[in-house]
Design a protein around this ligand. Structure first.
Ligand code: 6GU
Length: 232
């Protein structure tokens, strides 16, 4: 999979060289490139924002650097090139879930455009729709200063679903949200720690009983912490 990220703070994404995603990049499974939006400016100050038409607080990202960036990144020039999925992180978008991550992990080419300030000139979204499928995606109902942290989260959630990125694929299915429930509690040695015992069933060797207990724990936790996941 190819992922391009465009940001005015590319160093935010240095963390993506670490750990599993770093390995996926080294091995060629994940072709991840982070680009500075200012590379597509032409003035001395490398300007990416301007005042809003109609007035109001703050600044708006100018369309020209975004247009040039999308033109360059959407057309790889390679034969058999497909249209990219172009994602703009936005608190006004659809909410990102594990289902979104699963969907996006099947795409050949993702482009993430990180907005800052009061947002990006609306015409950029219309233009992007000529180049690929546009998605506005939010991390949840709270406000961040820009899309960078949201894109870090999305790239990690999507990247670990690409075949070969997580060494043991079984570890993917036993996690919170993969089956619509929160995950069961885990324990390791010692069997008694500071007077606290590991639930005895886990030491019983009865695999059927352990599986039943874990499922019950998942349901109980989900009922208590996230009843919204059980509606419908
Ligand atoms: Cl994707 N962007 C910003 N700026 N704030 C957010 C968000 C995204 N998701 C939740 N809050």
């Amino acid at each position: 999979m190819r992922i391009d990220v465009v940001s005015i703070f590319p160093s935010y994404f240095d963390g993506l060289t670490l750990s599993l995603l770093g390995k996926a990049r080294d091995s060629g499974i994940l072709d991840l490139t982070v680009r500075d939006l200012r590379d597509w400016t032409h003035d001395r100050h490398r300007t990416v924002d301007d005042t809003p038409y109609g007035g109001g607080a703050g600044m708006v990202m100018k369309p020209e650097p975004w247009g040039a960036a999308l033109d360059e990144l959407a057309h790889s020039g390679e034969p058999g090139d497909t249209r990219p999925t172009i994602i703009f992180p936005s608190p006004a978008g659809e909410v990102f879930t594990q289902a979104t991550a699963r969907d996006l992990a099947t795409r050949d080419h993702l482009i993430f455009g990180c907005g800052r300030y009061e947002g990006i000139d609306e015409r950029v979204f219309e233009y992007a729709a000529d180049l690929g499928e546009v998605r506005l995606i939010s991390l949840g109902d709270y406000v961040l200063n820009g899309g960078e942290v949201a894109v870090m989260a999305m790239v990690e959630a999507i990247g670990r679903l690409i075949p070969g990125v997580v060494g043991n694929p079984e570890s993917l299915v036993e996690e919170s949200h993969e089956d619509g429930l929160l995950e069961y509690p885990s324990y390791t040695k010692p069997s008694v720690w500071r007077d606290r015992e590991v639930p005895p069933i886990l030491l019983s060797g009865n695999h059927r009983a352990i599986a039943d207990w874990r499922r019950e724990q998942q349901l109980e936790r989900t009922r208590r912490r996230r009843p919204d996941l059980l509606d419908d």
